[in-house]
Write a protein that binds this ligand. Structure first.
Ligand SMILES: NC(=O)c1ccc[n+]([C@@H]2O[C@H](COP(=O)([O-])OP(=O)(O)OC[C@H]3O[C@@H](n4cnc5c(N)ncnc54)[C@H](O)[C@@H]3O)[C@@H](O)[C@H]2O)c1
Ligand SMILES: O=c1ccn([C@@H]2O[C@H](COP(=O)(O)OP(=O)(O)O[C@H]3O[C@H](CO)[C@@H](O)[C@H](O)[C@H]3O)[C@@H](O)[C@H]2O)c(=O)[nH]1
Length: 336
């Protein structure tokens, strides 16, 4: 039997895109997801699906053994920065405690490789220059700290048990599958491009710009937005590198240039042809003014070349997905 890849959180936004990429590359895939924010429909039929909690060690042992899992990609977790500020213990349980259980089950089952979804939020406030993996980690939110603690656990476990690991620090992931098979579907999502697309589609009457007094050229926060399909390709390249050479990798995943909130909203207006109704609001807790990736390490060490490095393309695919969601929800209302 060919060993499978276990994708935790594979019914979610990023995980579902990675599942599509893995299946296209010929890997057998098992998804473990509790559907807390993910959707069963986001998991392609060609993947096996198990509904359950990523902290459930008995279930994990069963899945890892039954499917002869060789590598794990760990996406499952809680992801909302401001929520982590008001409810930090949720984040230390979901992102740190449950990851510990998963890592332990992997060691017991002699899994070969582990790829972990980390985040630019581990860096905190930089000095404005593109941030490299060697920059000090100083998370500005419990979300970032909860992810950093898991990075450290993996580092120590890799040393002690010889697990091959890759930690991918994603910057701001956006856009949708260009073939329209998946996209960001979470109700009440807080991500800027998702919220702006919902506003452009009339699903929200207006939206807020959190903070216009930052020390940036137009006063709004700057982020490095990466298309979810390029991020999925980075996971595949990483998996292949772990399979071929093993080792420990730590990579930023972004494009190396940033856009302000206002620039993103202009792109959404340009691509949608709609004027967005926006309101200036207070700064959001846990936000940093500017964070952009130094991506020289991933470009040097992996056979990864981005294909969608274009803000308008990111917005175009996100908008196409949002319109599809709107059409589906209208159909449900008509049928009811
Ligand atoms: N979206 C971004 O911009 C971004 C940026 C940096 C890092 N990340 C990381 O990428 C990963 C995926 O994020 P996403 O945007 O796809 O989020 P998402 O909420 O769409 O996906 C998370 C998935 O994990 C599942 N899940 C959550 N807790 C679980 C549990 N205890 N057991 C089993 N399944 C569980 C959810 O149902 C969901 O399907 C997260 O670890 C997140 O921290 C995301
Ligand atoms: O309605 C909105 C939503 C967002 N923003 C601003 O847009 C920027 C980007 O916000 P968002 O899209 O929520 O992303 P981040 O807070 O930067 O965090 C995301 O990107 C991190 C990596 O940098 C990930 O770790 C997190 O999971 C993910 O939520 C920030 O300045 C927000 O204040 C608004 O002004 N209005």
């Amino acid at each position: 039997m060919v060993g499978a890849i276990l994708v935790t959180g594979g019914a979610g936004y990023i995980g579902s895109h990675v599942v599509l990429t893995l299946l296209e590359a010929g890997y057998p895939v098992v998804v473990l997801d509790d559907l807390s924010t993910g959707r069963r429909a986001a998991v392609p039929k060609a993947a096996r699906f198990v509904k359950g909690d990523v902290g459930d060690r008995a279930l994990l042992s069963q899945i890892l053994g039954q499917h002869a899992v060789t590598n794990v990609m760990h996406f499952a977790g809680a992801i909302v920065v401001p929520e982590s500020v008001v409810d930090p213990l949720k984040y230390y349980l979901q992102n740190t405690g449950k990851s510990r259980n998963l890592i332990q089950a992997c060691i017991e089952a002699a899994v070969s490789g582990f790829i972990f979804s980390s985040t630019a939020a581990v860096y905190g406030q930089g000095d404005g220059a593109p941030v490299s993996e060697t920059a000090p980690a100083q998370p500005a939110s419990p979300y970032g700290t909860s992810k950093l603690m898991t990075e450290w656990m993996l580092r120590d476990v890799a040393r002690a048990h010889g697990l091959n690991t890759a930690v991918l620090r994603y910057f701001n992931v956006a856009g949708a599958d260009p073939k329209g098979r998946s996209g960001q579907s979470t109700p009440g999502a807080t991500h800027l491009i998702k919220v702006a697309c919902e506003t452009a589609c009339g699903r929200r009457p207006s939206m807020k710009i959190f903070g216009t007094d930052y020390d940036t050229p137009d006063g709004t926060c700057i982020r490095d937005y990466i298309h979810v399909t390029d991020l999925a390709d980075a996971h595949l390249a990483c998996l292949q590198a772990l399979e071929n050479q093993g080792g420990q990798f730590l990579f930023n995943c972004g494009y190396g240039h940033g856009y302000s909130v206002k620039q993103v909203l202009e792109a959404v207006e340009r691509v949608s042809g709609r004027k967005l109704k926006t309101r200036q609001a207070e700064r959001r807790p846990g936000d940093v003014a500017r964070i952009v990736a130094d991506v020289s390490a991933i470009r040097r060490q992996l056979a990864w070349r981005p294909r969608c490095n274009d803000l308008d393309l990111i917005v175009k695919t996100a908008l196409a997905w949002e319109r599809k969601l709107v059409a589906e929800s209208e159909q449900v209302v008509e049928e009811a």
